[in-house]
Write a protein that binds this ligand. Structure first.
Ligand code: URA
Ligand code: SF4
Length: 222
C-alpha cells in the first residue's frame, strides 16, 4: 500500500471507527514484503567487486517497524562470517550501549551498514563502492521509515548528513536533519571507542540523547 492510501485508511479509522487491525495488517504486509524483496535483491548483487571476496552479504537485522535505525560502515570479519551486522567486538559494545538506555537490538532498532559486503582486511570503503551500494541503504530507510537514524562513524555520518567537510567530533552529539527524511544523530563508531576508550563518555551521552529524543518526540503512528 502506498503512503496516500495508507493515510486515507488512517483517516477512515480515525473518523469512522474503522477496524484498526485491518490497517495494521495491511501496513505490516507492505513493510515486511518490501524489505524481504529488497533483501532478495541484495543477496544476488554484483554491482561492485566486493561481492567476489565476501563470505556473506550483510543486509541488516532488527525490527522493520523500529523508530530507530542504526547505520554502520561495512561488515567486518565476524559479520561477514555470520551474515549479520555488528556481531563482533564493536557489536557487543553497541548491544551494551543500547541495553543501557533500555533498548533491545532485535526488538527496538534496525541495524544496517552503508556497504553490504566486507571490504578486504576491513579497509575503508571506496567512493565507487559507496556509490554502488548506498541505493540499497536509501531504500531500507524509505521502507522502514524510522523517526531517527543513528550514524555510527564517519562514513555513515557523511553519507546521511550530506556534510563531508565537518569533523565527526563537530557533527556528533545533537539531533540534526538527515538528507533522507528522518532526523539524524551522529556518534562515534563503537570500534573507534574500543581503540580510544577515553571517548566512552561521549558516546554514552549521545545514546542518552537518543533516549531523550524517543521519550519526547511522538512517533509517527508507531
Ligand atoms: N562495523 C561496522 O561498521 N558494521 C558492522 O556491521 C560491524 C562492524
Ligand atoms: Fe552489491 Fe553492495 Fe556488495 Fe557491492 S558491496 S556487491 S554494491 S551488495
Amino acid at each position: 500500500m502506498d503512503k496516500d492510501s495508507l493515510s486515507a485508511l488512517l483517516f477512515i479509522r480515525e473518523f469512522l471507527g474503522f477496524n484498526e487491525i485491518l490497517v495494521e495488517r495491511e501496513m505490516a504486509d507492505t513493510v515486511e514484503k518490501k524489505l524481504n524483496e529488497l533483501k532478495e535483491e541484495v543477496l544476488k548483487c554484483k554491482k561492485c567487486p566486493l561481492h567476489q571476496k565476501k563470505t556473506n552479504y550483510v543486509f541488516g537485522s532488527g525490527n522493520p517497524y523500529a523508530r530507530v535505525m542504526f547505520v554502520g560502515e561495512a561488515p567486518g570479519a565476524d559479520e561477514d562470517r555470520e551474515g549479520l551486522p555488528f556481531v563482533g567486538r564493536a557489536g557487543k559494545l553497541l548491544t551494551k550501549l543500547l541495553k543501557e538506555i533500555g533498548l533491545d537490538r532485535d526488538r527496538d532498532v534496525f541495524i544496517a551498514n552503508v556497504l553490504k559486503c566486507r571490504p578486504p582486511g576491513n579497509r575503508d570503503p571506496l567512493p565507487s563502492e559507496i556509490k554502488a551500494c548506498s541505493p540499497y541503504l536509501i531504500r531500507q530507510i524509505k521502507i522502514i521509515n524510522p523517526d531517527i537514524l543513528v550514524a555510527l562513524g564517519r562514513f555513515a555520518a557523511y553519507f546521511l548528513s550530506g556534510k563531508d567537510k565537518i569533523p565527526l567530533s563537530k557533527l556528533r552529539g545533537r539531533i540534526m536533519e538527515s538528507v533522507f527524511g528522518p532526523k539524524l544523530l551522529v556518534t562515534y563508531h563503537p570500534a573507534a571507542i574500543l581503540r580510544n576508550p577515553g571517548r566512552m563518555h561521549e558516546i554514552k551521552n549521545d545514546f542518552r540523547l537518543l533516549k531523550k529524543f524517543l521519550e519526547t518526540e511522538v512517533g509517527e503512528g508507531k
